[in-house]
Design a binder for this molecule. Sequence first.
Ligand code: CP
Ligand code: NVA
Length: 301
Amino acid sequence: MSQPRHFLSLLDINAQEFRDLINRAVELKNMRRSNTIYEPLKNKVLGMVFEKSSTRTRVSFEAGMVQFGGSAIFLSPRDTQLGRGEPVEDSARVLSRMVDIIMVRTYAHETLELFAEHSVVPVINGLSDLFHPCQLLADMVTYFEHRGDIKGKTVTWIGDGNNMCHSYINAAQLLDFKLHIATPPEYRPKQHLLQATTAQIEMFEEPREAARGTDLVVTDVWTSMGQEDENLRRREAFKNFQVNQQLMGNTNPEAIFMHCLPAHRGEEVSADIIEGPQSVVWDEAENRLHAQKALLELLLT
Ligand code: CP
Ligand code: NVA
């Protein structure tokens, strides 16, 4: 049997495929707006394995499969044998004999890789501690919709060098935009991910400097899922890394603001920015649906 095609990070697609997915997501969005029935995945089943909580990822994948004529099964560790210690390899071999494609949200990225290695169907990364590639598909659809091509533009990442930041690094490489990253020194993104993208990336410690002349400002929570014990220390480390009016005052006038959500108003972003005219976070959240439908179509048809 040939190896299934997985989507564990953005680097599992090439630049042209990324662009095709963005265009296709916009087409699928328009089809949904005009109530066009399109069911390319009739009788197909998506398995969704969640080690961590989710609102957007779960609902967008589940709704997307139903709209495509298929269905999705939500699997949480609370009620599967995976949660009682059944090996990841065994779970992958069993589940992948029953469903057509699997989305996995894990803590360790290695768990996801292990799962994919033993799966006979495509595996999608629905967030790991290292990457969140599905969110980047949605973010890029949102940028293209609001401002056109991102090639040559400047994007500023503010806050934690986390899974979202890592996927932005991959996106900068594929779509050829400049990425300014402002983090406290001890929360920089992983060094090995930066190596392939040195031409696109500039590191900052001063958030307002990083925002100068930028076209898109992106941030995320200071404490990601699984890091709750570090909350106090992180709040102290990130206290100057809030996206607020002062920071947005340094960007290009046309700059927009994104956040993958859930957001903590008063921490990484001020309420007036996330609710303000530059914020496109609700479009960004909706675009999870359309972007992932494009991805499911790519991997399954
Ligand atoms: N942005 C995102 O992945 O949201 P959920 O955790 O709600 O899925
Ligand atoms: N960085 C966040 C993203 C949540 C969608 C986390 O991993 O919790």
